[in-house]
Design a protein around this ligand. Sequence first.
Ligand code: KG4
Ligand code: ZN
Length: 332
Amino acid sequence: MLVLGIESSCDETAAAVVSDGTVALSNVIASQIDIHGEYGGIVPEIASRKHMEAIIPVTRQALDDAGVSMDDIEGIAVTRGPGLVGSLLVGLSAAKAMAFAADIPFMGVNHIEGHIAAIFLTDRRPDFPFTALVVSGGHTHIYLVRGFGDFQILGQTRDDAAGEAFDKAARMLGLGYPGGVVIDRLAKKGNPAAVTFPRAMKGSIDFSFSGLKTAFLNYIKGRKEPISADEVPDIAASYQEAIVDVLVGKTLKAAEDASVPRVVVCGGVASNSRLRESFFEKGERMGIEIFVPPPVLCTDNAAMIAVVGDNLLRDGKRDGFDLNAVSRWPLD
Ligand code: KG4
Ligand code: ZN
């Protein structure tokens, strides 16, 4: 079955064609980062407008790249939430219109389930059940995944998401938005033991990053001399290490406690090179298999949405044209 996926929950307009829920024939992503970067964060009104400009060309491109036409598409999967409602509505309305015109079914998909499902587009697919860490700009959640649509939450952040922690520190250092990827790059040249930052909530599977953010601010403000460019890599590496340490430690502990020795790591922050490296190192030591999609499938994309849609449509599920977007949509 060929499914067209559409994603517009945040600042990426994306469309993809996926075959049988396992092979991405195309995966087109139009990013708005340059525009929002000027404002230091996402401006919802601008995001909606940019989605409207991009949605049709991006969808056309996805069909062209896959070498198919709308006549070949058997169903449409679109992100329904969670996300910015104004942004979500652009993708949802486009998906409804296309489904109506082509007389094919469509399904609204949970964006977080999409991030987890991205792993099924790779050659190494985990068996159910598995433990999943979803780590992005808005989420830091550990789930026990028993099957498609069958989730139990094991741990979550009590305040900021890990992506936010990266972005806020980068902003404090004047490194621009989004900061995760810049910190990742700078940290490669730095010493992760140069500055000691706190690891919060030891002994729990929940996360908290607000204390780390405050510790970082205090470190910067408490300095006698201004931070020189030479020191930035050390600071970035130390801060990154504090985040990576808790993400890896708690997720592997959750997998061990649940007796599920398979861990999927996904979401934008899963692109982080040190996080990937640390998961594989520590996972191997603990006899836990680690599955991480390539970076292009970790950031927001529509192929991951099509995988979930494929499974729902195959089960005979269909949404009606009265389906609305939702800003919040807990997976469990
Ligand atoms: O999943 P995603 O693309 O969008 C959301 O649904 O939030 O995640 C975006 C987040 C941002 O906070 C960004 O800074 C972070 O992922 N990120 C990274 C890296 N690449 C993206 N964080 C750390 N290291 C990276 N290489
Ligand atoms: Zn996302």
